[in-house]
Design a protein around this ligand. Sequence first.
Ligand code: GCU
Length: 600
Amino acid sequence: MWLQGGDDCPPGVRFETDPSLPPEAFRLTGGKGGCLIESADEAGRMYGGYALLAKLALGGTPETISMTNAPAVSERILNHWDNLTGDVERGYSGKSLFFKNGEVSYDPQRMKDYARLLASVGINRVCFNNVNVTPLAARLITDKLGDLAQLAAIFRPFHIKTIIAVDFSSPILLGGLSTADPLDGGVAAWWAKAAETVYKAIPDLAGFLVKADSEFRDGPAAMGRTQADGANVIARALKPYGGKVYWRCFVYNCEQDWRDTKTDRPKAAYDHFFPLDGSFDNNVILQVKHGPSDFQVREPNSPLLGAMKDTAQAMELQVTQEYTGQQIDLYALAVQWEEILSAPVSDTRSTRGLVGQEIQAVAAVANTGDDANWTGHTLAQANLYAFGRLAWDPSLTAREILSDWIGLTFGTNPALREPLLNMMLDSRGVYEKYNAPLGLCWMVNINHHYGPSPEGYEFSKWGTYHRADAKAIGVDRTDNGTGYTSQYHPYLRALYSNPDTCPEELLLYFHRLPYTYTLKSGKTLLQHIYDTHFEGAEDVEGFIETWDGLQPLLPESAYYSVAARLKRQLVNAREWRDVINTYFYRKSGIPDRQGRKIYP
Ligand code: GCU
C-alpha cells in the first residue's frame, strides 16, 4: 500500500518481524540476493522500505546496506495552516491541498501522493486545518466530520494519524452553551460528547490542537482560569480514546503599548506556563515555538523548552518561510534547525539532548500547497524533507540532509551536487546578512512579513521593539533591563547577560549597545551592519551565477523556476541592504568606512 508496487519496489526484498525492535524502528540487512527489512510493526516495515529506496536511489547497492534505525520521538507532526476557504495562512505555494470554498475538497490521487510523500520522510501526524480556527473550520468536528474522516482515511495506510485544530469556545459556538469555562460541568460534558462523536468517525485520531488566549483567540484566561484548566478539560474528554491535547504556548500580550518598557514579549511563554509545571494531565503536550519571539531569522531558543520537568512538550518549528523569505528567497532551514538543536540548555546539555526526553514530539508548520511542485520554490522542498529527517533523527547535520535531498531530487553527479549543496548551506547565513542584524528581529514589513521596514513594528501593539535612537539600539534583557535572561539556566543566564560572552549573532537580542561598540572582529557594530548588508546582496548575485552554471545539469523546469525566484531574491536583498543601511546611517550619522553607496 505504502509502496506503489511495481517499478519502485526493489526486487529481492524480504520482510520479517522482530518484536525486540522499538515501535516504528527497522533493521535493514543487505546481501547479494536482495535485502531483509525487519521490524516489530507495520510502520517499521514501511519506514524500512522507504529507507531502502532512498539508499538505492543515492547509489547504494544491496550488499552494502546495513542499518538499524528508530525515531527519536514518537510524534512527528506537520501542522497545516489551511483555511476552509482554500487560503493558506502564511502559505507561499498556492492554495490549500485539502479545502476549497468552505468544504473539505481535494484531488484523491494527489492526496495519496502527499500522504506517501510525508510518510517517506517519517512524518506520522498531520493537522489539516489552521490553528486560527474560523467558525466554519470549527465545524470539522460536527457536520464536516464525515468529510474529514474520509481525508484521514487516505493518510491512515501510511501510518499518519490526524490531529484536528479546535476552537476553545466550541461549547458556545457549536454547542450553544453560555460559557466555555473549563471548570463548568456542562462544558466538560460537551467536550466529552464531542470526543465521543469524533472518535466514532476517526477512531485513531491523535488528538486536538488548541491555540487559546493567543492573538485574540478565546481561552481560559478570559474566564479567570489557568492554561492547565483549559487544556485539562479537553484532555479528559479525549483520554478514554487515547487522544491528546496539543496546547500551544504562544500566549503573550498582543495589545502592548510601545511606551511600556516593562512588558517584554519574549518572557511571556515562560511566565505563563512554567509556574504550572505538574498541573497538566498526562495526555497534554505543550507545543512551544523554538524561540521566544516568532520564527525569526535569529533568536535564542525558548527558555521554556526542557524547563518543565513534569510536563510533556513538543517543539514547534516553521517550515513555511514566513519570516525567512516566503519561498521566494532561498533559505535552507536545516541549517538553522541544526543550530537550534545544537544550542545549549545548560553547561552539560544541548537542546538536541532534550529530544526524546523532555521534548516528546516535534511539530512544524507546513510549507506545502497546490502548486505543481508542492512548495512554490523547488528548493524549498528540501525544508519539508529536512523537517521529517530531523524529527526522526535530530543528530543529523544539515550537510547530510541536504546532500541526500539533492541526490534524491537531482541525482548524485558531484558536478551538480557539490555547488548546489554549498549554495544551500550558505543560504541561511546569506539571508541573515541582509536581514535584521545581530538578532534584532522584526524589521519586516507589517502583516505580510516580506521585505524590510525597520520601524514597521516599532510603534505597534505586538510587543516587538528595538528602540533605536541616534546612539544605540537593542533591548537590555539582562537583570538590569527586562530580566528575561533570568528565565534561563544559570549557565546560559550568565553567558547571555555579558556582551563579551553572548553569542555575537544574538547580541542585540539581549543587549542595548551603541553603534560604536567594538565586536570581536574589531569592527564597530555599525560597520558590521553595513558590511553584512553589502555582502548579503553580493552573495545573492553569487547564487545566481552558481545556479546559471548548473543549468546544463538541471531539469529545465526546475532551472527556470528557481532562476526566476533568485532574480526576485536579488531585488529583495538589495532592498534590504539599502533600507537597513540608510536607516542606520540616518539614525547615527556615521558613514561607511569603505565609502560605498548608502542613500542619504
Ligand atoms: C505568527 C503568524 C500568525 C500565526 C501565529 C501562530 O504570529 O504571523 O499568522 O497565526 O504565528 O503561530 O499562531
